[in-house]
Each structure stands twice: as C-alpha cells, then as structure tokens.
Ligand binder design. Structure first.
Ligand SMILES: *Cc1c(COP(=O)(O)O)cnc(C)c1O
Length: 401
C-alpha cells in the first residue's frame, strides 16, 4: 500500500482540526516540513511568451505579490478550509479587510445599513468615509433585527454588522439580518472577530462575506497585523480580488506566514481561552464589587438564547461594570498583577481595557450612552494563563476598589 491509496491522504476527508494543521500547504522542491516563506515581490518567466501567457491569464502562475504570492495563498486556503468558505483573500490589517470588503460592493449613490455598535475603525469608515465617497449610511441598534428592516432603502446595497459587539458584547441575529438584507437584494458583511471562526459561522447563517482582523486570535501572540475576507468564489475572486490587486491593501508574505502558523494552534488556544473566560464570567457574576456582567453564554446576558443559538461557546471576551465610577474601574485595572492594561484582544496574554477613555474616547457622552459604554466599564480579553491565577488577579484588583 502507498500513501496515495489511503483515503486520509485526501484533505476532503479531514476534520477541521486536521485541516488547520495541513490545509493549503504547498512544498518547494526541498520538501520542507513547515511552510516556506516566499518573501519576494515579483516572479520570473522562462521567456517572453510565458510572461504574456501569465498576464493574459492563460497560465495561472504568480505575477506580483500585490496580486498573489505562494505563501499568502497557503494562508488564504487554510482560512477558507476553516471557515467553510469557497475562497479567501488576506489583507495587511483587519481594517484593510473591512474597507476592502465594503468598497468592493458599493459605489456612489448606494446606501449602507450597519449596526451602531462597531469596532472604532469600522464605525469611522461607515460613518465618515462612505458618505465622503457618496455612499450614504445609516447606523441602527443591532439588537433588534426590525431596526435593520426599517432602515433599508431601495438603494441599500450592503448591510454590515459585528457580533458580539465591542465592547459591550451585544448580539445581532445574523440569520434574521441576512434574510432582511437578501429580501432587499443587499449583501451582508459580518465582522466575526469577537466570536472567532471556531465558535460562529456567519456564512452558514446567511452572510455573504465574513471579515477578520487576523491580528487578534489568528495571530494570537501579539506579533503582527493582518486581515482576511471570505465568501463565495464569485465575490472573492471577482470584486474583492480586483480591488486588492488594483488598490494594494495586500498582506506581507511574512505576516501571512505568521498567521498561517497561528492557524495550527488556533482551535486549541480559542478553546482554552474561552473555557477560562466562562469561569471568569461565573466568578465576576457573583462578585460583590461587580455591578453588571456581559458574557454571551452567561445566563444573565439579555440575549442568552440567541447567544446559545448562533455561537457554540461564549468566546474569550468578558466585559463588566465595576460598582462605582471611572475611578473604581481604574482602581480595579491598576490593581492587577498579571492581566495587562492594553487595547489588543485575542492574545495569549490576558488584557484589560477601559473603553470610555481609550478605544471609544472620541465619542461624546450621548453616543457613549447610546452604546452602553459607561465610565465604570472594563473589557477583558481572557488569555491562556492558569485560570485560578487570573481569578486571583481579578479578586485582588476588585479588592482595591
Ligand atoms: C481589531 C479589530 C478590527 C481591526 O483590525 P486591525 O487588524 O487592528 O486593523 C476590526 N474589527 C474588530 C471587531 C476588531 O476587533
């Protein structure tokens, strides 16, 4: 018997965990174990006719790393295998992925509807840049799908949402909003960073494009920026590929390699972080210094049923309001000995942030109130440390309030 006769030589027969270790890998003539880094901008051709065939699209080889690169392809293919998407394109950052996804689907005269609770940069693009380019936008409270319905116009071409939202972990019903978008002939784009590709599958729930900041859980070790856009071959190889090729938000081959290696441990890391987060949520829910807990898979969450329905776990982000004001939140965060004060998330290291004075400080009081971001709110990204150490750390921090 040879390896070729083994049905498990065929990647189609692999479970997702196996795919995350092997999918997309191509090997050079040296047969390296780990994937090579193709740190080159351009490619050579055997002769002029070969170059012509490449540019005419008759030969599918690489031309220039702004368009395609062998290492970037490996990351894209492995990401598509994880998401269950037909195709993927990587970008330099998560914001490049969001901006590219939106720009690929709209033009001047169109209208976009988005949930108002969006990651800072995403909200900036929807609220400030799209209108500058002649694309009107409406922001709605995403918790009730009816609000999307009411905001739809005849020229609405795209609906954009993120769930759970940053930083208050509100949920948006992806399937309900997908149905509304499609009934109006619009595409639905979902930013799935907080849920991660391990726990939530927007494409299965009706989304047309899914975007990630790979900077978060996919790298997961605070090393590099990156982004990914996933969806059907038609959308990804058409509009999305063309806009990347022509405008250049392309990822560095080195960063794509970091993200590719991140995928090999993503499942393990996200499971462990989420398990830690669920225990921390239980601890915080009972703590006398905590006023409110926000965790999608904790029974106290106002959208607990929806959380159970569309997410297979609560993920690794936990938000909570400390009893008191801004000073109380600062006292808690400043008392921590392991958990770092920073604004990244999805990292192996646990990280806490005070949204009202950092990531959301540009918003006026009325907007903060609308978004439910109070001065006593802290957002915690739970990492891979020992959960008892983290609970001990939080207990000490809360004692300082
Ligand atoms: C971080 C983040 C982004 C932006 O990603 P970058 O890699 O920082 O550009 C977009 N959406 C969400 C939900 C994020 O957490």
């Amino acid at each position: 018997m040879s390896r070729q006769n083994n049905p498990l030589s065929d990647a189609k027969n692999h479970s997702v965990q196996t795919k995350m270790v092997h999918s997309g890998t191509t090997r050079s003539q040296f047969g390296e174990t780990s994937e090579a880094i193709y740190m080159n901008s351009g490619f050579t051709y055997a002769d002029s006719a070969a170059a012509q065939a490449r540019f005419e699209g008759k030969d599918p080889g690489h031309i220039y790393s702004r368009f395609t690169n062998p290492g970037v392809d490996m990351f894209q293919d492995r990401m598509a295998a994880l998401e269950g998407a037909q195709a993927a394109r990587a970008t330099a950052t998560g914001m490049a992925a969001v901006t590219t996804a939106l720009m690929s689907q709209v033009r001047a005269g169109d209208h976009v509807v988005a949930s108002r609770a969006l990651f800072g940069g995403c909200r900036y693009v929807v609220e400030d840049y799209l209108p500058r380019w002649g694309v009107a936008s409406t922001l709605v409270d995403g918790r009730d799908p009816e609000n999307f319905s009411k905001a739809m116009r005849p020229n609405t071409k795209l609906v954009f949402l993120e769930t759970p939202t940053n930083p208050t972990l509100e949920l948006v019903d992806i399937r309900a909003v997908a149905d509304i978008a499609h009934a109006h002939g619009s595409v639905l784009v979902v930013d799935n960073v907080f849920a991660t590709p391990i726990w939530q599958k927007p494409l299965e729930l009706g989304a047309d494009l899914v975007v990630y900041s790979a900077t978060k859980h996919i790298d997961g070790q605070g090393r590099a920026l990156g982004g990914v856009i996933l969806g059907s071959k038609k959308l990804i190889e058409g509009d999305v590929h063309t806009i990347i090729r022509q405008t250049g938000p392309s990822i560095s081959p080195f960063n794509a390699w970091i993200m590719l290696k991140g995928l090999e441990t993503l499942d393990l890391r996200v499971r462990k972080m989420s398990e830690n987060a669920a225990k921390i949520a239980d601890f915080l829910a009972e703590h006398s210094k905590v006023a409110t807990l926000f965790y999608p898979h904790h029974q106290s969450h106002p959208q607990y049923d929806l959380g159970k329905q569309q997410m297979n776990a609560g993920s690794n982000l936990v938000a909570f309001e400390v009893k008191g004001n801004k000073q109380a939140a600062f006292e808690c965060a400043d008392g921590l000995g392991i958990i770092l004060i920073s604004n990244n998330l999805g990292d192996a290291k646990s990280i806490i942030s005070h949204p009202a004075t950092t990531t959301h400080q540009r918003f006026d009081e009325a907007t903060l109130e609308e978004l439910g971001i109070k001065q006593n709110l802290l957002r915690l990204s739970v990492g891979l440390e020992d959960v008892d150490d983290l609970i001990g750390d939080l207990a000490f921090g809360l004692d300082q309030v």
